[in-house]
Design a protein around this ligand. Structure first.
Ligand SMILES: Nc1ncnc2c1ncn2[C@@H]1O[C@H](COP(=O)(O)OP(=O)(O)OP(=O)(O)O)[C@@H](O)[C@H]1O
Ligand SMILES: [Mg+2]
Length: 272
């Protein structure tokens, strides 16, 4: 079963073009989108979530073209955590997370129903943000804010969640918290997760599939542990590195650019 399908997508913004994007995202699985800065990852997620209009091609969610959904109907199926540049109003944590319930409210309905409140509480529990519920969002640290933003997306209670760099601003321990939490909601609720990640080791650990983009095109698709090779790193990131597997998980050891400056280190890399 396919949750999201992109067929022959092309999109132009300024000098940049996404081209020839053909991808399928299996239902109930976690897919990472990786690739260098400026390769079009966020642009692609914005097209799937209808934050940007589709210029060319077809995008299907649950086999239906995205433009055929009504706005609220679409927001009940797919939620999106944009890259953290997006400004949010200065409200309390609980008020902001309650915004996630907007697709389920009628035109003149301001009050939250008991079900809305329960789901907001669930989203706060899962993300560990209950302790901040009364605090103003803008007074939180970057990492705390990021968890609240994830809670907003969860409160939408959708089958599909898109996340653009969900671990930005988080220290290592909180990055693992978030990745494990996302893995758990994928297992417990069968939610399809599509997320942009920069950390390839996290992609290999937590994702069923990986898509690598480069210069607006899809460079590689596959299971992370299978496609993560030195050739992959060369092709996608233009870096020389070796990959060592430790209990089935890749450890990437890049060679320093300009090589000879640190001969000792490069010899160690080659020794693997
Ligand atoms: N509104 C815009 N006008 C002009 N160029 C744009 C616009 N939005 C994005 N771009 C350009 O399109 C390219 C792809 O941007 P995008 O945000 O999709 O990259 P990305 O892969 O998400 O990068 P990053 O890893 O840095 O977040 C970039 O070169 C960016 O400068
Ligand atoms: Mg981006």
């Amino acid at each position: 079963m396919i949750a999201v399908e992109a067929r022959n997508i092309a999109h132009h913004v300024g000098q940049f073009a996404l081209q020839n994007i053909n991808l399928t995202f299996p239902k109930g699985q976690v897919t990472a989108i990786v690739g260098p800065n400026g390769s079009g990852k966020s642009t692609f997620l914005k097209i799937v979530s209808q934050l940007l209009n589709l210029h060319e091609g077809y995008m299907f969610v649950h086999n239906k073209p995205i433009q055929h959904y009504k706005q609220k109907e679409f927001a009940q199926i797919l939620s999106m955590l944009p890259q953290s540049k997006q400004a949010l109003p200065d409200l309390t944590v609980e008020e902001l997370i309650s915004f996630g319930r907007y697709p389920y409210k009628g035109l003149f309905q301001q009050q939250s129903s008991n079900k809305d409140k329960e789901i907001v509480q669930w989203a706060m529990n899962i993300t560990g943000t209950t302790k901040h519920r009364e605090r103003m969002f803008h007074q939180l640290s970057g990492g705390e804010q990021q968890k609240v933003r994830i809670a907003m997306a969860l409160a939408q209670k959708t089958d599909i969640i898109l996340l653009d760099e969900p671990t930005t601003f988080l220290d290592l321990s909180h990055q693992l918290d978030v990745m494990e939490m996302l893995q758990q909601i994928n297992i417990d609720y069968g939610i399809t997760i599509i997320m942009v990640l920069h950390d390839l080791q996290q992609a290999a650990t937590y994702c069923h599939n990986m898509i690598a983009m480069k210069q607006g095109r899809v460079a590689q698709v596959g299971q992370p542990k299978q496609i993560l090779t030195p050739q992959f790193l060369k092709e996608v990131y233009d870096i020389e590195a070796c990959i060592k597997f430790e209990e089935d998980f890749p450890i990437i050891i890049p060679k320093r650019r300009g090589g000879k400056k640190d001969d000792h280190r490069n010899k160690q890399v080659q020794a693997y």
